[in-house]
Design a binder for this molecule. Structure first.
Ligand code: ADP
Ligand code: MG
Length: 329
């Protein structure tokens, strides 16, 4: 049964009833001994594996606006944030835990569609919703997602593994999500989510992460949640290295009108694309595509601590990190 077809129309549904409804929709999975319904979830950890745990807020007014983002998109993006963090470690996501606080007057249909968006992505990613918490919020929707994953012992790909001489790569195209956000700010109107999937329904690069880990290709990795300039800085800081990026090589997203590219600053600084940024030793052969997702080489890791960007004319400029906050205003 479709989640929304069994719904009542007005909030508040009681906490108990809401949990019962979520429980009916959350399918069991092989690693879950006990999911929703007990005081804690009980999970089997496969032999020789380590647990990966990540947690992310989705707050109304900060990460989404109810007038801009349909509830399915909010639910999808809420889980996508957590899945992307697991992807960035090269791990396998297993279970998600959702702490959800909603205002008493929020329509039940909003919650149902939020859950539908979240559970649809969970099913695609092979993740079980195995628990959470439910409460009334004094103002606005607040959702916190915890995602648990596994990686074979010692195989998780860290931010700290980049070495001078390594090449730098990104998956997919950059800037699509933040360019859409900019449109939402400027146009002050609704956009059709199906026309702007990178913003409304980003797909975490789980398969790419898994292959990079399995084949020991990447030396360091991070997901691009804050923007390329900021997330590359995170890798450089953690690894104690510098970087040089080729401006022309950065894959700039197409967005909305087919064929047109978004402005370059969105690709360089815009956040929430949930693509992967990784480094690999120069002798490793990195496939042009993994799981259908294009991989682009954008530069190299250097000695020193600074990040430079090289233009087509050969000139070099220091790259400052102007991540997500830049687009907030
Ligand atoms: P407790 O009092 O032990 O916190 P709850 O009544 O809050 O238990 O939750 C009962 C069960 O429902 C638990 O298994 C919990 O993980 C699950 N649960 C509560 N809220 C959610 C939610 N929003 N999403 C998924 N599972 C939830
Ligand atoms: Mg509780």
């Amino acid at each position: 049964i479709c989640f929304s077809s069994i719904l009542a129309f007005a909030m508040p549904m009681s906490e108990k009833a809401l949990i019962a409804r979520i429980r009916r929709k959350a399918v069991p999975g092989r690693s879950i001994v006990t999911g929703i319904g007990d005081d804690s979830a009980v999970l089997k950890i496969p032999k020789g594996h380590q647990a990966l745990v990540t947690t992310d807020f989705s707050l109304e007014g900060i990460h989404f606006r109810r007038e801009w983002h349909p509830p399915e998109s909010v639910g999808h993006r809420c889980l996508a944030r957590g899945l992307s963090d697991i992807a960035a470690m090269g791990g396998d996501p297993v279970a998600a835990f959702l702490s959800l606080a909603v205002p008493a007057r929020l329509p039940q249909s909003w919650v149902d569609q939020f859950m539908q968006g979240l559970l649809k992505l969970a099913a695609r990613a092979g993740v079980v919703l195995a628990g959470g918490d439910t409460a009334e919020s004094p103002a606005g929707v607040l959702a916190d997602i915890v995602v648990l994953g596994w990686a074979p012992r010692g195989k998780a790909i860290l931010r700290s593994g980049a070495h001078p001489g390594d090449r730098i790569y990104v998956t997919g195209e950059l800037g699509g999500s933040s360019a859409t956000l900019n449109l939402l700010f400027k146009a002050k109107k609704r956009l059709a989510p199906k026309d702007y999937p990178p913003h409304f329904f980003p797909m975490p690069r789980l398969e790419v992460g898994r292959v990079l880990s399995r084949d020991r290709l990447a030396s360091s990795m991070i997901d691009i949640s804050d923007g390329l300039s900021t997330d590359l800085m995170h890798i450089c800081k953690e690894s104690g290295v510098g970087a040089e990026v080729n401006k022309e090589a950065i894959p700039v997203a197409r967005n909305g009108s087919p064929g047109r590219r978004v402005g370059f600053p969105f690709a360089l600084h815009g956040g929430e694309d949930y693509e992967l940024l990784f480094t690999a030793p120069a002798h490793k052969c990195i496939p042009a595509r993994i799981g259908g997702i294009p991989i682009t080489e954008i530069g190299g890791i250097t000695r020193g601590k600074k990040i430079f960007i090289r233009s087509a004319d050969g000139s070099l400029a220091e790259l400052s990190s102007r991540g997500w906050e830049h687009f907030r205003n």
